[in-house]
Design a protein around this ligand. Structure first.
Ligand SMILES: Cc1cc2nc3c(=O)[nH]c(=O)nc-3n(C[C@H](O)[C@H](O)[C@H](O)COP(=O)(O)O)c2cc1C
Length: 194
């Protein structure tokens, strides 16, 4: 019988592809905390992302308990102004179940091209981080909700809005539930030119 496995495919490559395909955005986490050393290693791995002109434009803020509580209060205040106190209490409660909080920022640049490339580099770094954690059994949710654009957020996290902007707020932890997802067939997104 003919062996259908392509000659380039190795067990290691298959496992690597499995990590890439298997990572999912996690909504529900267990209340088990992630070891600080693991997170630190994931952040270190993140910094090996490609970055044009070696700008290393990223910064990682691991939030402690006080900052998390302030974020929860800010979340409540934002939702309360928009949707009232019942919705605000509900959201604060939901967010208080997120076990780990990490904020990734990108250095601001007045050069439009550099800014675009720096943001791309930060996104690559974030993917490194999420995949590293995923391989260790830890999931993330990347969020870009209202809170990251609130002027009070920078004060809580500890960065100057003039100098950095938020790429995302990341919740991380061991998944309680891993959702399924699908992607379009490759033929929708792949073109081979002559
Ligand atoms: C830049 C960026 C911002 C995102 N912001 C949010 C968000 O604010 N809320 C949310 O529910 N998901 C957010 N996500 C996660 C996507 O919704 C998620 O990646 C998508 O549904 C695909 O699911 P998957 O990550 O499991 O493949 C964001 C993803 C990216 C790349």
């Amino acid at each position: 019988m003919k062996n259908k496995t392509p000659s380039y495919e190795t067990q290691q490559l298959r496992e690597f592809a499995e990590i890439l395909r298997g990572r999912r955005t996690i909504e529900l986490f267990l209340q088990t905390s992630v070891p600080g050393e693991l997170l630190k290693d994931a952040i270190e791995a993140a910094t090996w992302a490609p970055n044009h002109r070696l700008t290393e434009p990223w910064h990682f803020y691991v939030l402690g308990e006080q900052s998390i509580t302030r974020c929860l209060d800010l979340c409540r205040s934002i939702v309360s102004a928009k949707k009232g106190s019942k919705a605000a209490d509900f959201k604060r409660e939901k967010w208080s179940e997120k076990p780990g909080w990490l904020v990734v920022t990108c250095r601001r640049s007045e050069d439009e091209l550099l800014q675009q490339e720096d943001y791309a580099a930060c996104s690559a770094a974030v993917q490194n981080l999420m995949l590293y954690l995923w391989k260790a059994g830890v999931g993330c949710k990347w969020t870009t909700g209202d809170i990251i654009r609130d002027t009070r957020f920078g004060d809580i996290v500890g960065f100057a809005e003039k100098e950095e902007f938020v790429v995302g707020l990341f919740w991380y932890g061991y998944p309680k539930l891993t959702p399924t997802q699908s992607r379009k067939e490759l033929s929708y997104v792949l073109t081979n030119t002559p």
